[in-house]
Ligand binder design. Structure first.
Ligand code: UT7
Length: 312
């Protein structure tokens, strides 16, 4: 039992924070940020705008595009680690706000920047088990809430936003979520984590070293598992944490630059929303076309890493 993508939607908050805006409030420069990360701007949610609010808009847009209502969806799984409330889940809150009446399940997965791959992994498992007909996968994050404004090495890196993908079961195993792999290493927890007072703590250079090896490893593994090579893949959409990490990984895997989809310049690192937002950006802008094969590697706090293969 496979799946196919029937709708997508995204939401980016109105407020844009540029590198120049950071220059005004901390000891940093546009030149440093662009050179070291490839980032130029990021979106920041309003104080009163929540992870749930952003997820709801992305979900509504995906439903409209798929010509469905929330009651056509059997399960909602949300990748997020920045929910304002510890409970209930963002997933069940989104179902409530969208007026679901079927008592469908909604829940969250906390895979940090690999969260959307963990969510896709869950969706694939439920489709494989034949349990649901339609599943909505959402990535929604308000990273700006976790910024440590006294730490310039992490403050400039993150952005807010949400993306939603709706998959429907299919008898073809060559469409939708074709394959997924997820990994975790809790022993390296110290490298990158949230603190109890809601701040990001990261050893950048150590995290960088892990990211440039583990993302390509996950991508190679999934290509080998699916019996394909870089030539068969139309787009590689790596987690958008740093342009240097993206380019180095793609080079290791033998992907030409024109096959790499980059949004880190516009969105910065939106953690669990990153890949979903990037996929929506690619489709909105006519870069990604129906039927194309996408390789989706990601890496993040945990440590967690993994990859997905999706045909849109
Ligand atoms: O999404 C989850 C996974 N996250 C990642 O994969 C992030 C991985 N890490 C990185 O992307 C990079 O390590 C960073 C972008 C975070 C940092 O880049 P780097 O090239 O590793 O810089 P660094 O931490 O080694 O710092 C180099 C210098 C330091 O100055 P000194 O000691 O050489 O004088 C820093 O103080 O750059 C300085 N620096 C800054 N300068 C201006 C650090 N942050 C800034 C800043 N503006 N914002």
């Amino acid at each position: 039992m496979g799946s196919r993508l029937v709708g997508y939607g995204s939401y980016l908050p109105e407020k844009i924070m540029t590198n120049q805006d950071f220059e005004k409030i901390m000891d940093t420069s546009d030149e440093w940020i662009v050179q070291r990360t490839g980032m130029r701007e990021r979106h920041f949610a309003r104080d009163d705008e929540t992870v749930v609010d952003m997820g709801v808009i992305a979900a509504q847009r995906a439903l409209e595009r798929a010509n469905l209502t929330i009651d056509d969806i059997d399960m909602v799984v949300v990748a997020t680690t920045t929910s304002e409330l510890d409970f209930p889940s963002v997933g069940v809150q989104i179902l409530g706000k969208l007026g679901a009446t079927r008592d469908q399940p909604g829940f969250d997965v906390r895979g940090a920047c690999t969260g959307y791959i963990y969510a896709l992994h869950c969706a694939r498992a439920f489709f494989t088990a034949g349990m649901y007909r339609r599943i909505m996968v959402i990535g929604a994050e308000k990273m700006s809430r976790f910024i440590n404004w006294d730490d310039r090495s992490t403050a400039v890196l993150f952005g807010d936003g949400a993306g939603a993908l709706i998959f429907e079961h299919s008898t073809s195993s060559y469409s939708g979520i074709i394959d997924t792999v997820v990994m975790g290493d809790g022993k390296s927890f110290d490298m990158l984590h949230g603190t109890p007072d809601h701040k990001i703590s990261m050893n950048g250079p150590e995290t960088y070293k892990k990211a440039v090896t583990l993302m390509p490893e996950a991508a190679s593994y999934i290509m080998e598992h699916a019996g394909i090579t870089a030539d068969n893949v139309d787009w590689i959409i790596p987690h958008q944490a740093n342009l240097r990490i993206i380019n180095s990984g793609a080079e290791r895997l033998g992907f030409p630059l024109e096959k790499i989809l980059v949004t880190v310049d516009k969105h910065a690192n939106t953690s669990g929303a990153s890949g979903v937002l990037a996929l929506a950006y690619g489709m909105d802008n006519g870069l990604i076309k129906q039927g194309q094969l996408i390789l989706y590697p990601a890496f993040g706090s945990g440590l967690t890493w993994g990859a997905a293969l999706i045909r849109v």
